[in-house]
Design a protein around this ligand. Structure first.
Ligand SMILES: *Cc1c(COP(=O)(O)O)cnc(C)c1O
Length: 466
């Protein structure tokens, strides 16, 4: 079994690391520097970062302008407490983002340090909206299966990434959350169903779930606009979110879109919901790409409708964090936004995304174990199956996603692996999410290495799989 990580004993003698790594058995590679699409490891080898970690490095590594902006902020002031003080970095970042989101009704921004915190804060804000409206009976959230929203208690509770929840069942999960089907055409759409019919069926399922719960008891529906790490870049069927918006409106239920992974330009539009028709979320979260890896920062964009209700009521969000709107985090994210804008990277992502799609499909579209290639812009998922006709996945113990990940890493390409694609247990995928700065030549090289890695794994399995 190939492994892209090195065992403790094999590397650097005997010292047990003080750092709690993700695995107690394997040690990650040490990175000594990053520049553009490249990471350099301690052993001198160079890796093409084809996934920006988890779709984080939106403008690549080592950007000097962002570094200067952070240093400038630290030279001016490292920290202020938001109860009494503010900084131009925080104000300007909020203004830049709301400039983009105002046409969709989102007029204020709130900043925290991670996507998980953003989701928990969003859930609180949604509840507070109904509280201020005198609708105290609204206590429930409806979410979707095969979704990831974060690791904190609220975010974990609306997530349905099973392996990440099982140990906490019965102790640390909210029980006021129910789930509907993901918008996942590859496994969900029936053979005799059109895309529109599939979307309509999913919307009806949501309406039915609201009815089952009692629609007057539901706070919000929570969804990733484009499903990220759990089921790999699942784009919604046409008309789905417009339908979802209507059903939410029918019952006064808020719509929370989680764009922590798919937002910030990665889909070829700044917000992933933009091509989905008339879909105005009440609350939207951003993270990962917002700071592009230069600082831990995430945000909530808040609709005027929610702001108005708070303004008429308590006039404040009952939620504060010591490091909210941290000056250096905001300075980093602001600089990232300015690079995106000046270099027109979101529009370029749209056009170069079409190029990337073409290359991916021609390299892997007909491959024996590739079930589906899906996504948009610079966010592509490849779902692997053992049998294309029946869409039967590999047995989990084959660890197909790990084999591809390791084979790619051995060839100098970082991709983001995932398992449990279909139901939390079965299914394998890889995600390709390059920096928006990647050139066509660089994208081509990524696809070439991925294809090589795939071919090696197919051959390796050839002898054992029939
Ligand atoms: C990563 C992610 C989160 C959680 O963000 P963290 O910064 O890891 O806390 C939330 N929602 C989605 C869609 C994500 O991909």
């Amino acid at each position: 079994m190939p492994s892209s990580t090195v065992s403790y004993t094999a590397q650097n003698g005997t010292r047990e690391p003080g750092l709690m790594h993700r695995s107690l058995l394997e040690r990650p590679h040490q990175v000594v520097s990053g520049s553009g699409i490249y990471l350099t490891l301690a052993d001198g080898s160079r890796i093409i970062d084809g996934c920006g970690g988890a779709a984080v490095a939106v403008i690549g590594h080592g950007n000097k302008e962002v570094k200067e902006a952070i240093i400038q902020q630290y030279s001016d002031v490292a920290y202020v407490h938001t109860m009494t003080y503010t900084t131009s970095s925080a104000e300007e970042l909020a203004n830049e983002l709301t400039e983009l989101s105002k046409p969709f009704g989102l007029t204020k921004a709130f900043f925290v340090c991670s996507g998980s915190e953003a989701m928990d804060a969003t859930m609180k804000l949604a509840r507070q909206y109904h509280f201020e409206n005198g609708q105290l009976q609204r206590t429930k959230f409806v979410s979707r299966r095969q979704a990831y929203h974060g690791g904190t208690i609220g975010a974990m509770s609306v997530s349905s990434n099973l392996p990440r929840k099982i140990p906490y069942e019965g102790a640390l999960l909210l029980d006021n959350v129910s789930y509907v089907s993901p918008a996942y055409a590859y496994h969900g759409q029936k053979d005799n169903e059109t895309e529109d019919q599939y979307a309509a069926r999913l919307v009806q399922e949501l309406d039915d779930e609201f009815q089952r719960q009692g629609p007057e008891t539901v706070i919000a529906f929570v969804a990733e606009t484009v499903g990220g790490a759990t089921a790999a870049c699942i784009t919604p069927p046409r008309g789905y979110f417009a339908g979802v918006r209507k059903v939410c409106d029918k019952y006064g239920i808020l719509l929370i879109l989680d764009e922590v992974m798919c937002g910030s330009g990665r889909m070829g539009t700044y917000f992933a919901f933009e091509p989905e028709g008339d879909v105005r979320p009440d609350l939207l979260t951003l993270g990962k790409g917002l700071g592009g890896g230069y600082a831990p920062i995430a945000g909530i964009l808040i609709s005027q409708r929610v702001v108005d209700v708070l303004a008429k009521g308590s006039a404040s969000f009952v939620h504060g964090q010591t490091y909210q709107a941290h000056p250096a985090g905001c300075a980093a994210a602001l600089a990232v936004q300015r690079v995106l804008k000046r270099e027109d990277l979101v529009a370029k992502c749209h056009t170069k995304g079409a190029f990337l799609e073409k290359r991916l499909r021609s390299a892997l579209g007909d491959a024996k174990y590739v079930g589906e290639i899906r996504g948009r812009g610079f966010f592509w998922g490849i779902e692997y199956v053992q049998d294309r006709a029946s869409k039967r996945p590999f047995k989990p113990e084959v660890k197909f996603h790990k084999r591809i990940h390791a084979a790619a890493h051995d060839r100098g390409l970082a991709i983001y692996p995932g398992a449990g694609t279909i139901d939390g247990i079965n299914g394998d995928h890889s995600i390709l999410a390059p920096p928006l700065t990647a050139t066509e030549e660089e994208l081509e090289e990524m696809v070439r290495l991925l294809k090589e890695a795939y071919d090696a794994v197919e051959e390796e399995l050839g002898s054992t799989m029939k």
